[in-house]
Design a protein around this ligand. Structure first.
Ligand SMILES: Cc1ncc(COP(=O)(O)O)c(C=O)c1O
Length: 447
């Protein structure tokens, strides 16, 4: 029996044996690939649980204890919702579809925050009737709509106002959200946030519980998170002075960075939350309760727990010597490298990682930009090899598409040598399920 050791950037999650076979959750990836097919998303239960517990522990150490609402946009399925419910986690959803998935999966609606910069009347009604814990309101039009629909269904709506605090976190522009020039929320400039506050306090059927600001994603510095909380607290002082309003909740969003590659240095969440806690204590006026801090981590819970297994279809060396290995997935299951130059690490199963040459791992989709990993040192690759791309748990399955009419991969959860199917692989029939056959308009068959 070959011995196994923990490997690479994610030593809690993956092992490699003497013959260089990689395992996750105690299961060889080769076995997973053969049983469930490729490409295959795999999630490690231990890593998910460990991440959730470390957030919960850091929140418990706050006074009053904070609460975590996992950002479902990172990865959400019915099974994930059931798992979150079992872990007593809250959930942030951004659409009726995410809310539906969460409720079908058994999530308690009172622990759900309903986000999104456009919510349709139908979605607002769905959230109100099912009793979501909070709506995060993004615009004046939405304030009016929630007030109107809440009155119609005779259910007061607990709300938070989404503010943009003017904090520019150092991350890719596409995942920055805290700067004033953002499509999200009320900028804390030009007085629009004041108007929103007045309306939130006066429109009927609205219960203003507090404020929210999410400054971006994949943030490595501690300071922006602390500045965000401070900025909200400063505004709350004004609100107290001018409107005698003091909130119960301050939601500082998500965005805690994770490790995708050797240069990434994620921040320590316990330290961030301890500093936020200090700021909240210090800045709460005498005689008022310190608001409860909410956070919305997505990536930091699920990214490193996930891996995608691909099979190599073809290899080639182009003039000039550059080597390509093309795999049976790509931008349809992981759009992030094409969308915002996200970088990943990878390994080849059953090959000595010390024998290395530079490879570019290309996808199978009909776009030159369909490159999963650029110029990565890997052992010699041949068609039929299995390539594992690490850290794909967040925003991969969630952003997957049927581009080129390629069915989406399955998702399995692994734990202690066992695998549980969370999402079945799409079949051609599933993919084309809503397509209707050709009808000749000249025969007057159109509706
Ligand atoms: C409002 C809000 N909360 C939380 C998140 C989750 O961010 P992350 O997955 O980086 O933690 C996002 C991401 O876009 C967001 O927009």
């Amino acid at each position: 029996m070959p011995s196994a050791r923990r490997i690479g950037l994610f030593p809690d999650t993956y092992t490699i044996d003497d013959r260089y076979h990689i395992s996750i959750g105690g299961l060889p990836i080769r076995q997973l690939a053969q049983e469930f097919g490729t490409p295959l998303y795999v999630l490690d239960y231990e890593t998910l649980r460990h991440r959730i517990r470390s957030f919960q522990q850091a929140l418990q150490d706050m006074n009053p204890p904070g609460q975590a609402f996992y950002a479902g946009k990172a990865f959400l399925t019915k099974a994930m919702a059931g798992f979150l419910e079992q872990q007593h986690m809250g959930l942030d959803v951004v659409s009726g579809g995410e809310l539906y998935t969460a409720l079908e999966g058994g999530m308690n609606p009172s622990r759900i925050i309903f986000h999104g910069n456009v919510k349709t009347d139908e979605e607002i009604r769905f959230g109100l009737l099912r009793g979501v814990g909070y709506f995060v309101v993004d615009s004046l039009a939405e304030l009016e709509a929630i007030s109107r629909i809440a009155k119609e269904v005779d259910k007061p709506a607990p709300i938070l106002l989404r503010l943009t605090p003017g904090i520019e976190a150092h991350t890719h522009a596409f995942i920055q959200t805290g700067q004033f020039d953002s499509k999200f929320g009320f900028a804390m400039q030009d007085g629009i946030h004041e108007v929103a506050l007045q309306r939130a306090l006066t429109l009927p059927y609205l219960e203003l519980k507090g404020f929210h600001a999410h400054i971006g994603s994949q943030i490595f510095d501690e300071d922006p998170f602390v500045h965000n909380a401070q900025r909200l607290m400063e505004f709350m002082h004004d609100a107290l002075e001018r409107y005698h309003y003091w909130p119960e909740v301050v939601d500082i969003g998500g965005g805690f960075g994770v490790q995708y590659g050797p240069d990434d240095d994620p921040p320590q969440v316990s330290r961030i939350l301890a500093r936020v806690n200090d700021a909240m204590q210090r800045m709460t006026p005498h005689g008022y309760a310190v608001p409860t801090v909410f956070i919305e981590p997505g990536r930091a819970i699920v990214a490193e727990a996930g891996v995608t297994i691909y099979q190599v279809g073809a290899t080639k060396t182009v003039p000039g010597g550059k080597r390509y290995a093309a795999v049976d997935g790509g931008m349809g299951d992981n759009i992030r490298p094409a969308l915002y130059q996200a970088s990943y690490t990878a390994q080849v199963d059953g090959k000595n990682p010390e024998d290395r040459a530079l490879y570019t791992i290309a996808g199978r989709y009909c776009e030159s930009g369909d490159i999963l990993v650029k110029d990565i040192p890997l052992p010699p690759i041949e068609p039929g090899d299995y390539v594992v791309v690490f850290g794909t748990g967040a925003y991969n399955f969630a952003m997957a598409s049927n581009y080129n009419r390629v069915p989406r991969p399955a998702v399995v959860l692994v734990y202690n040598g066992q695998a549980s199917l969370w999402v079945k692989r799409e079949s051609y029939e599933d993919m084309a399920h809503n397509d209707l056959p050709w009808q000749d308009p000249e025969e007057g068959l159109w509706r």
